[in-house]
Design a protein around this ligand. Structure first.
Ligand SMILES: [Zn+2]
Length: 475
């Protein structure tokens, strides 16, 4: 009798660090291990420290990694997995493979730079601070990526079949349905809203015995009528331009930049904002934009975005870091889109350092801001912010435009579960802070589903029709 065990390694009780391990025949001397996502923890130091902990099993024993999508919190630890001995195959959709390359290269550069910076400033407790991984580790990771098609079952051997279903969260994103001889498991990945401003809507995947669902917004509904139509953003741009200031939009390089640009284009078309130069100040965001605009992915985009060509915008590409510095002294109002979206790193930091102390400027936050990030502090009205070891006064206006979220809200998450056929026996709420994950389990219970917030490190046995905690007696 074959057995299937599911271990919750990351994103349990927190939003980042998605990693789930499927183990076949855990009771035998040579079990088969398949990892679903290999994400990095982001946010507060206690969480980031987990990026340095050992994988629960030697990475050399993992045969395959299945990726739901390219975001850092789902792919960011792949180079570390490889550095520590993983030699198997990393399966993902074509756009995910392309975007993952961008994400991992950028991540390795940041890791290397942070380690150098820590050494130069004497921040680190270590005499020679080591980066989590280097660009050379990324170079060894990329050849392991293998592309799969949506909706096409992939036979992984040992009776395991995996299928990727469009999730409408970012380009290439998918939910992954895995069937084993013992039962079926559906990994939601990150789920988009019913509608995405740029991408075609998500599709309903086949149901499964066990479902893992993200719960980023498990306790929230998105739309408050006063925040509809991106009016907070449009209003902020008009006000800021009138007082001669500029608008800084911290945005995740992958997807959020595309969504922000598409929104600015619509606002421009509707005559709701003045025509200002729009600087995309992030090489990573620009690379990602190229991929979104590539004709081979036209199928994944909504027809009405016309391949995301954006003719109505005065988009200016900023690749060079000196040009990026020059943007801190704009000679006329402009809009700057820069990464990272939660102001945890990247060029947006030096813009914040220059723009926050000046009350003419505005910072527009675009979506989820994780606990412990500078973005979260700004959203919560911080009067000062620590950057590069020093405090900076916050006098600029800070505006949130919640409509930018590309995660499903509570009722959209529930709709996704309710549409599954057959309905799941058990639903594990992952990828959410404890409160939102718990709130989602309550909503699920009201609909007659068993919702569980797994603990980090918890293992459960997958069985058609029922799941038992490891250690429980199985009859
Ligand atoms: Zn994501």
């Amino acid at each position: 009798m074959r057995t299937t065990t599911l271990s919750f390694i990351g994103a349990a009780g927190t939003v980042t660090g998605s990693q789930h391990l499927l183990t076949l025949d855990a009771h035998l001397p040579q079990p088969r291990h398949i990892l679903v996502d290999c994400g990095m923890y982001q946010g507060p130091r206690e969480l980031r420290r987990l990026n340095w902990s050992d994988f629960p099993i030697p990475p050399a024993e993992i045969t395959d990694v299945l990726l739901t999508h390219a975001h850092m919190d789902h792919t960011g630890l792949l180079p570390r997995l490889v550095k520590q001995g993983f030699q198997g195959t990393i399966w993902c959709t074509e756009a995910t493979a392309e975007l993952t390359e961008i994400v991992l290269r950028d991540s390795a550069h940041l890791q290397e730079r942070d380690a150098e910076f820590a050494q130069a400033q004497g921040y680190s407790k270590h005499r020679t601070p080591e980066p989590l991984y280097r660009v050379t580790d990324v170079e060894r990771t990329l050849p392991l990526l293998r592309v799969v098609d949506f909706d096409t079952p992939l036979d992984l051997g040992d009776g395991v079949v995996a299928t990727w279903i469009r999730a409408g969260h970012i380009l290439g994103s998918a939910s992954i349905h895995v069937s084993t001889e013992e039962g079926t498991i559906l990994f939601s990945g990150d789920l988009g809203r019913h509608t995405h401003p740029v991408l075609r809507a998500r599709e309903i995947p086949p149901g499964a015995d066990v479902v893992l669902i993200e719960s980023t917004y498990g306790d929230r509904e998105h739309f408050e009528p006063e925040a509809a139509d991106h009016e907070p953003l449009a209003d902020a741009i008009r006000r800021t331009a009138e007082r001669g200031g500029s608008v800084l939009i911290p945005a995740f390089a992958v997807d959020r930049t595309e969504v922000v640009l598409q929104t600015l284009a619509l606002l421009q078309d509707e005559g709701r904002i003045p025509k200002l130069p729009v600087y995309v100040d992030s090489p990573m965001a620009l690379d990602s934009l190229r991929i979104y605009q590539a004709s081979r992915y036209r199928e994944e985009l909504r027809e009405d975005v016309n391949g995301l060509k954006l003719p109505q915008l005065d988009v200016r590409e900023v690749r060079d870091s000196q040009e990026s510095e020059r943007l801190n002294r704009p000679d006329r109002p402009c809009i700057i889109i820069s990464a990272s979206g939660m102001a945890t790193g990247g060029r947006v930091l030096h813009h914040l350092e220059h723009m926050l102390p000046d009350e003419r400027h505005t910072v527009v936050l675009t979506g989820y801001q994780a606990l412990g990030t500078r973005g979260r502090s700004l959203a919560e009205g911080a009067r000062q912010l620590k950057m590069h070891g020093a405090y900076v006064a916050v006098r600029a206006e800070v505006v949130r435009d919640e409509e930018f979220s590309v995660h499903a809200d509570a009722s959209e998450l529930l709709d996704w579960v309710k549409a599954l056929d057959p309905p799941p026996q058990q639903v594990f709420c992952v990828h959410g802070e404890a409160d939102s994950a718990t709130a989602l389990t309550e909503l699920l219970a009201q609909e007659g589903f068993m919702g569980i917030v797994p603990q980090r490190g918890e293992r459960v046995r997958v069985r058609s029709g029922k799941v038992r905690k490891r250690g429980d007696r199985l009859e």
